[in-house]
Design a binder for this molecule. Structure first.
Ligand SMILES: Nc1nc2[nH]cnc2c(=O)[nH]1
Ligand SMILES: [Zn+2]
Length: 430
């Protein structure tokens, strides 16, 4: 099936941190989509002249953006968003972990997975790197739900063997066996990919990190994700638990877990050595600015990451974060960089890149992240309700870039009118 989409669209096929004029915009643009794949892109008049028989979907009056890519979000935490006022380790004990223990019940987990995938797609997220659950049945339920909604999910079994609560602990042997079974069932099936996911070094023995590394070695192409350097107290505990490690990163590095397919969430308090190793390994820091503010974790040193050459993408970190919208994460990133000494001024192009193409690069998914011919048509149509302030800005914006800035400043999931994944409609606003 072929469709010609007519819209004001913006995308960032290049990295605005390294390329000038990285923001590409077409005010009256056309995207020719065939079988879910973008075949041609340009001015609408040119495309409609070249393809006069293609049916037109008219999306004028809003903005069409590449689907958002969330590089850090927790499946079992959708129902505990908003536990404000606690630092990380207390928030885990009091808010997150009691809910995560409920995921042992597969029927409960399936309901959570439904809330979660709807939350993501409804916010315009079309691809996500998901911290699954400590329970394999819940991870299965999530992959099944993701397949039903069409979400591109990179996810895995979360594994820990100390310092959480007993129900959430496993053993290296079980972590390996359950991980292997899930990889065989889901990795590369449809839109799913597997991510080996030790929760964080604080809750992981060397034995379980070695089991994770064995899965990575034996299954090339699976991704790796965990947390790093989020909270100063957490970092102290990790230092005590791994007296032989040079720093937090080294706890993963020594196990052989750091490489091109590694995404480390937060990294609010890195050392220069850690940044150097992350850059050399071409791994990604998932920046979660709402979570960093909500849990009081600190200011993300974006300048130091960029200067070191570390790739950075955005994550919502639901439920330490405050919701699924990467528009809100972009705005919060902008606020935090504005407020911190030596912060990086972030333009609308930077925010769009961090929410889209940067995530595609982090996850090594070249078919998504922008509107390039040959890429999948993953997109969201931002169309605020008539009479809303964002609608007023859209109707009077001097340029698509100004409208994009306003989308980050005031846009919410309520402004996401429709979402496509691989050309299929995955969400339509009620
Ligand atoms: N923000 C956040 N940090 C973590 N570190 C270990 N687990 C978590 C979690 O669930 N959320
Ligand atoms: Zn997290």
């Amino acid at each position: 099936m072929t469709t010609l989409y007519r819209a004001t669209f913006l995308h960032t096929p290049e990295n605005p941190f390294t390329h000038v004029d990285a923001l590409r915009a077409e005010s009256d643009g056309g995207l020719l989509v065939e079988g879910g794949v973008i075949r041609a892109r340009g001015a609408f008049t040119d495309l409609s002249a070249a393809h006069p028989d293609a049916p037109v979907t008219d999306l004028r009056g809003g903005l069409l953006l590449p689907g958002f890519i969330d590089t850090h979000v927790h499946l079992p935490q959708v129902r505990v968003i908003g536990g404000l006022g606690l630092p990380l380790l207390d928030w885990l004990d009091q808010c997150a972990l009691p809910e995560e223990a409920r995921m042992a019940d597969v029927a409960y987990a399936r309901g959570v997975a439904r809330d979660f995938t709807r939350g993501l797609v409804g916010a315009g997220t079309t691809t996500a790197l998901v911290f699954g659950s400590h329970f394999a049945g819940a991870v299965d339920a999530f992959f099944e739900e993701a397949a039903l909604t069409g979400l591109r999910a990179v996810a895995g079994l979360v594994v820990s063997d100390r310092l959480l609560r007993d129900e959430l602990h496993t053993t290296p042997e079980r972590a390996y066996a359950e991980g292997k079974a899930l990889i065989e069932r889901w990795h590369g099936v449809g839109r799913a990919h597997y991510a080996v996911t030790p929760r964080f070094s604080l809750s992981a023995s060397e034995g379980i990190l070695d089991a994770c590394a064995a899965l990575m070695r034996e299954h090339p192409g699976v991704r790796f994700t965990s947390h790093i350097n989020e909270n100063t107290r957490e970092i102290e505990v990790v230092r005590e638990l791994f007296p032989g490690a040079r720093d937090y990163l080294d706890t993963y590095e020594r196990a052989g877990l750091i490489g091109r397919h590694s995404v480390l969430a937060h990294n609010v308090h890195p050392s220069d050595r850690e940044l150097g190793v992350m850059a050399a390994a071409r791994c990604t820091a998932a920046h979660c600015p709402c979570s960093n503010a909500a849990l009081g974790s600190g200011f993300f040193p974006l300048r130091r990451h960029l200067d070191a050459g570390v790739h950075v993408a955005l994550g919502s970190d639901v439920g330490g974060g405050t919701g699924f919208s990467l528009l809100k994460e972009g705005l919060q990133a902008h606020f935090m960089q504005n407020l911190m000494p030596g912060g990086v001024p972030l333009s609308p192009a930077h925010l769009l890149y961090l929410a889209t193409k940067a995530g595609a690069d982090a996850l090594d998914l070249p078919d998504v992240g922008a509107f390039e011919p040959g890429q999948q048509f993953d997109a969201l149509h931002l169309a605020p309700a008539p009479g809303t302030p964002l609608d007023a800005v859209f109707r009077h914006a001097a340029s698509p870039e100004r409208a994009l800035a306003a989308a980050f400043a005031t846009g919410t999931p309520g402004d996401v009118a429709r979402v496509w994944i691989g050309g299929d409609v995955a969400h339509t606003r009620a």
